[in-house]
Design a protein around this ligand. Structure first.
Ligand SMILES: Nc1ncnc2c1ncn2[C@@H]1O[C@H](COP(=O)(O)OP(=O)(O)OP(=O)(O)O)[C@@H](O)[C@H]1O
Ligand code: SF4
Ligand SMILES: [Mg+2]
Length: 351
């Protein structure tokens, strides 16, 4: 895995206007993605989790340039693509593909698979004469019988349809695939098969993934790192395994509490946290820490001061005034460390 980031996202913001009145003026905004900073290396998988409405889809649609950002920057291989037009985006658009949650809805029901694959293949420069051969190769690569080329999407099972969706993304020879809950609509046994396929393709083709999921059980075995989102913000990002054994943010603890634990030893290291109530309105997010209205560890400072992102261990950052599973020594060294520039001048959090 190369150290050069393939993708660098800094302070990304997506505000959706809420229009009212006869003139349709934007009176308020939905804070769908707010000040998100994260990077991805070549060959790496970043899992993104969080409850419904926290901004996962908006984030990756924005990375794919399907949604315009209202602030911040996106760099792909060092090139600023935040506001690049169609022409400036050029080949980058092909290198950055999306796979959607619902393969039924994302594939045109009136087109045969060969036609669905022909569009990106032709865009890649494959000649009309070679389209059939390349399309067959793609089907084989995703584990489908190449004889299925003339089938319509409704003639496949859910898992097979998602394989067609993956083949369509591969047709443009991408470097990065943004996967929006790619297995949520599938049976558990089929989920594992599709995840294995994604794993094999990554090894074979050196792909990078951003893998969005609702809960932490799905992303555990596919991710190198995991980012936890809450109400538009990344509240914790960590090497994958460490997030499960040493969650720092109470919201991560709450997400973990919601999944079954196969290894009883983890029960001892994990603080059980239960999240109460509904997520706040993203049009008017709470001041201070956005999670304070539902957090059992909230104190007075939490409703007043937004907690900074602090790096407590290598690659393990969290934004919380009262971090869990970290010692007083780890807190003070994190705040002394130059690797946590955003912590400079902040109050020391209480363990
Ligand atoms: N086009 C839009 N216009 C206005 N608001 C939007 C639009 N798209 C999304 N939103 C709002 O932005 C917020 C984030 O939505 P998003 O779909 O990104 O969440 P999500 O984490 O993907 O949720 P889910 O897990 O249900 O798919 C939500 O409050 C949603 O209502
Ligand atoms: S900053 Fe406060 S409210 Fe927010 S997660 Fe930490 S303890 Fe809870
Ligand atoms: Mg979504």
């Amino acid at each position: 895995m190369s150290d050069t980031p393939l993708l660098e996202v800094e302070h990304l913001e997506v505000l959706f206007p809420v229009r009212r009145g006869l003139l349709g003026r934007a009176v308020e905004h939905v804070h769908a993605v707010d000040d998100v900073t994260v990077a991805l290396s070549e060959g790496e998988t970043l899992g993104v989790v969080g409850e419904s409405g926290c901004g996962k889809t908006t984030l990756i649609r924005c990375l794919a340039r399907l949604v315009e950002s209202t602030g911040g920057t996106i760099r792909f291989r060092g090139q600023d693509i935040t506001r690049a037009g169609r022409r400036e985006l050029g080949g980058v658009r092909a290198e950055l593909q999306m796979v959607f949650q619902d393969p039924q809805a994302s594939l045109n029901p009136r087109k045969r698979v060969v036609q669905i694959l022909a569009t990106p293949l032709r865009r890649r420069g494959v000649t009309r004469a070679d389209v059939q051969t390349k399309a067959r190769e793609l089907l084989e690569r995703v584990g489908l019988n190449p004889e299925y080329l003339n089938r319509y999407p409704h003639e496949f099972s859910g898992g097979q349809r998602q394989r067609v969706g993956i083949a369509r993304a591969l047709a443009l020879q991408p470097r990065l695939i943004l996967l929006d809950e790619p297995v949520s609509a599938l049976d558990v046994s089929i989920q594992a098969q599709v995840i294995n396929l994604l794993d094999e393709l990554q090894d074979e083709l050196g792909l990078s993934y951003v893998f969005v999921a609702h809960d932490l059980s799905v992303v555990r075995h596919v991710s190198d790192r995991i980012a936890v989102m809450y109400l538009g913000k990344i509240v914790e990002v960590s090497p994958a395994e460490e997030l499960y054994t040493k969650p720092i943010h109470p919201y991560t603890g709450a997400l973990l509490s919601a999944i079954p634990i196969p290894d009883p030893r983890e029960n001892h290291t994990r603080t059980r946290v239960v999240v109460q109530g509904e997520p706040p309105n993203p049009v008017a997010p709470p001041p201070g820490c956005r999670f304070h209205t539902r957090c059992q560890f909230a104190s007075e400072i939490c409703s007043r001061v937004e907690p900074p992102q602090v790096e407590y261990a290598r690659g393990h950052m969290a934004a919380c005034h009262h971090p869990r599973n970290v010692s007083a020594q780890e807190i003070s060294s994190a705040f002394r460390s130059e690797t946590s520039p955003r912590s400079a001048g902040q109050e020391l959090p209480a363990p």
